[in-house]
Ligand binder design. Structure first.
Ligand SMILES: [Zn+2]
Length: 137
């Protein structure tokens, strides 16, 4: 099976962990070492208290907060239609990741749908994506 074309992220020191933690099968999110609040996209300093952040593994569970179905192949080889979504992570209110929903018919995606993270490897980048998972609460 060929891997679909994706726009790959630029890796910088503050965000590389997010794109590479999939090598260990983990989703990692920046978390404040002082107030313990998660922040995404990653920032070196906590927007709430100014404390230092560090990547921490999270459960990888979440729900669809909003989504769009794209029918336009923006890149050669991109499979359409595909689902671009904001996924609300289980760890904290209003903690969202922007990603693709895979492993299901795009027409079956709905707000509140339960998801679990999965990873699509592209060299040393492991794109965090989500697929349906009805097994969690
Ligand atoms: Zn903080």
């Amino acid at each position: 099976m060929s891997v679909p074309a994706r726009q790959l992220p630029a890796l910088d020191p503050d965000t590389a962990f997010y794109w590479q933690a999939g090598a260990q099968g983990q989703l990692q999110i920046a978390r404040c070492t002082a107030c313990r609040r998660y922040t995404h996209p990653p920032l070196p300093r906590c927007p709430s208290c100014g404390g230092q952040t560090a990547p921490e593994p999270v459960s990888g569970k979440g729900r669809v907060a909003s989504f769009t179905i794209n029918h336009q192949p923006w890149l050669p080889g991109l499979l359409v239609p595909y689902v671009f979504a904001a996924v609300a992570l289980a760890e904290q209110e209003e903690l969202y990741v922007l990603t693709n929903i895979i492993g299901c018919n795009p027409e079956s995606v709905s707000i509140g749908m339960k998801l679990r993270v999965c990873f699509e490897p592209h060299g040393d980048v492991y794109l965090p994506m989500f697929q349906p998972d009805e097994s969690h609460g």
